[in-house]
Design a protein around this ligand. Sequence first.
Ligand code: ADP
Length: 310
Amino acid sequence: MAVVVTAENLTKEYNGLRAVDNISFQVLEKECFGFLGPNGAGKSSTVKMIYCLSPVTAGKLIVLGMDVKQKAREIKQKIGVVPQENNLDPDLKVSTNLIVYAGFFGLPRKEAVWQAQSLLEFFGLEDKANERIENLSGGMKRRLVIARALMNNPDLLILDEPTTGLDPQARHLVWQRLRRLKMQGVTLILTTHYMDEAYQLCDRLVIMDQGKIIEEGKPLELIAKHIGREVLELGCAKDCHQEVLTWVSFLIGGHQVVGDNLFLYPYEGQKLLAVIQKMPFEFSPLLLRPANLEDVYLKLTGRGLTFSPG
Ligand code: ADP
């Protein structure tokens, strides 16, 4: 499969602060590639270099076969960008936001009008074409920004935190549309601090922490490699943790302490649960659930994704 983005020893510094620290990765054609990590991990700084907004401090970055240091203008013509903020023009109505934007790419007006209409339909916004931006919900604005990013028929769509701040229903709507775009052959790059978003959308991802890539792979493979299939969460006073761990050591591949809770990684969840329930302790909570990417991040860093400082 063709390579769409290649980064080698990529570094970004802001006045001496190293936001992206010597990272290397490749994005392949037609995949959805994710940057997962807490606030401040360096995700945005990385994608801003890919979409040529922010200059590279050091290292090599090739996008669609072109070096960002030499061909920024050409690259910008071929990519779509959904920035973190909805920077729509409040003075223009919905469809005009799209049509004016297409003008920056030299799309003839007739074609832009047609393209705007078809994208508004794709994103379920056709009845909002003449609406003012201020009258759209958060989810609608987000879908409109994604529609705008597609006006130039990009080979690569880059989304910085596509669903931050949206309610669950609005997030699912965005996810559905992104999945459809991927099925149509658009290569997607996204940043997120939501492990469920990364899990739902990404074929491959890198986990970032403090400017570095700490792990990379397919979501399911990463979960299987680091955690297994399930996690048993149990709450009990800290002084009984050791006793629990000794009791079940032959049934688990690993564990993590999260506050007062123990997260156990069982070989067989039900078997572990049965043994735990025979112990002379009260456990609250006691929850057997599927393992997820948050568990992976927790294991790798000792910190939660959502609760990390940023
Ligand atoms: P993320 O997208 O993972 O939340 P960012 O790339 O936005 O992370 O930020 C990484 C680090 O770089 C943070 O410490 C942030 O404060 C810093 N940073 C980001 N943008 C700038 C900027 N324009 N000027 C100075 N520091 C910045």
